[in-house]
Design a protein around this ligand. Structure first.
Ligand code: MG
Length: 297
C-alpha cells in the first residue's frame, strides 16, 4: 500500500491509496473510520482487513495534485553524518553515537512543490534521505522490537543552508535546516509490508540529468532499529513522527568547486521501492515563491 494526500481539481483535500496510477480515497475503503492516514496508522495488524475492498473500490477519475503524505508530524527528527562516506567528505570523524538534530514541521512540502531559495543564504545544499514514518507510540524499546513501531517509509530531501547551519545561531543546526520548504516529502508513504529490506535500498539524488548522490541504505552507520531504540529512550515517539535517517556522500558543499542549489534546478530523490520525489528550486522573489506563500498563508 502506498498512502498519499491529495488535492482534487475542485480544491477538496483527501487521503488515499495509490492503485495502478489512480488514487482510491480512504473513505471508499472504510466509511466507519476517519479518512486520515494518522488514524489508519494505528490499526496495526487490522490494516489488511480494512484494505480488503481496495480492488473493487472506486478510484478518483480525474488527475489529483499529490501533497506531502504526512503534513504536520509532531516531530521531525534528523540524523546527521549517518553515512560513513558523507561524514568523511565533510571532514568529520564518523560518529560513535547518533548525531541528532531537528527540522521544524513548517518545512514540509509535497511532491512538485517549489524549494524556495531564501534571500538570506547563498549556500543551499541538497541531501537525499530515507525517511522512516512511525506508526505507533514507542518509548524505551530495544532494537529487537523497534521495527514493530514503523508504519512505512518515504523519500525525503533535507535541504540545508550550510551558512546558516554552521555560521549563525551559535552553531546550532536548526535554523539552517528549517527555512520554509526545506523538507520535501513523498510522493507516498509506502507501507513497511512492501519494503522488506529498508536497510538495503538504493538511494539517489539527481539535479537535472546529473547524479549527485548514489548509495545504498546498507551504508548507514546507525541502522533504523538502532536509531528508533536510541531515540525512544530519550523521547516518546508517536504515530506520524518522522526520522530523516541521513544522507550519503556527494553533497554540494563537499564538491570541488562547491555546487549549491540555484533557481531552476530540478531535484529528484529516488529510493528503491519508494518512488521519486521531484521539486524545483525557485528564487525567493520569483512568481512561484509568491504563489506558494499565498497558497499557504
Ligand atoms: Mg540530512
Amino acid at each position: 500500500m502506498r498512502f498519499c494526500r491529495y488535492r482534487r481539481a475542485n480544491g477538496q483535500l483527501g487521503e488515499g491509496i495509490e492503485r495502478d496510477g489512480s488514487i482510491v480515497p480512504l473513505e471508499q475503503l472504510d466509511s466507519t473510520l476517519p479518512p486520515h492516514l494518522r488514524d489508519w496508522m494505528t490499526l496495526g495488524e487490522a490494516l489488511p482487513e480494512r484494505l480488503a475492498k481496495l480492488d473493487s473500490a472506486a478510484a478518483i477519475e480525474e488527475p489529483v495534485r499529490l501533497l506531502a503524505p504526512v503534513p504536520h508530524p509532531e516531530k521531525i527528527i534528523c540524523v546527521g553524518l549517518n553515512y560513513r562516506d558523507h561524514a568523511i567528505e565533510t571532514g568529520a570523524v564518523p560518529p560513535t553515537e547518533p548525531v541528532i538534530f531537528s527540522k521544524l514541521s513548517s518545512t514540509i512540502v509535497g511532491p512538485d512543490d517549489p524549494i524556495i531559495l531564501p534571500q538570506l543564504s547563498d549556500r543551499v545544499d541538497f541531501e537525499a534521505e530515507l525517511v522512516v514514518v512511525l506508526g505507533s507510540t514507542c518509548r524505551d524499546v530495544e532494537e529487537a522490537e523497534a521495527m514493530q513501531h514503523v508504519f512505512g517509509y518515504c523519500c525525503g530531501h533535507d535541504v540545508s543552508a550550510r551558512d546558516w547551519q554552521k555560521e549563525h545561531c551559535g552553531g546550532q543546526w536548526l535554523m539552517g535546516k528549517s527555512f520554509d520548504t526545506f523538507a520535501p516529502l513523498g510522493p507516498y508513504v509506502v507501507h513497511k509490508s512492501l519494503v522488506p529490506e529498508p536497510g538495503n535500498l538504493a538511494i539517489e539524488m539527481r539535479i537535472g540529468d546529473e547524479v549527485m548522490q548514489r548509495s545504498r541504505t546498507n551504508e548507514l552507520i546507525f541502522s533504523i532499529p538502532t536509531l528508533i531504540s536510541f531515540l525512544s529512550k530519550i523521547v516518546t515517539l508517536r504515530p506520524g513522527d518522522l526520522i530523516f535517517t541521513g544522507t550519503p556522500a556527494g553533497v554540494g558543499a563537499a564538491r570541488t568547486p562547491p555546487r549549491f542549489l540555484q533557481p531552476g534546478d530540478h531535484c529528484q530523490v529516488t529510493i528503491e521501492s519508494l518512488g521519486t520525489l521531484r521539486n524545483r528550486c525557485v528564487a525567493h522573489d520569483s512568481a512561484e515563491a509568491e504563489q506558494w506563500r499565498k497558497a499557504t498563508a
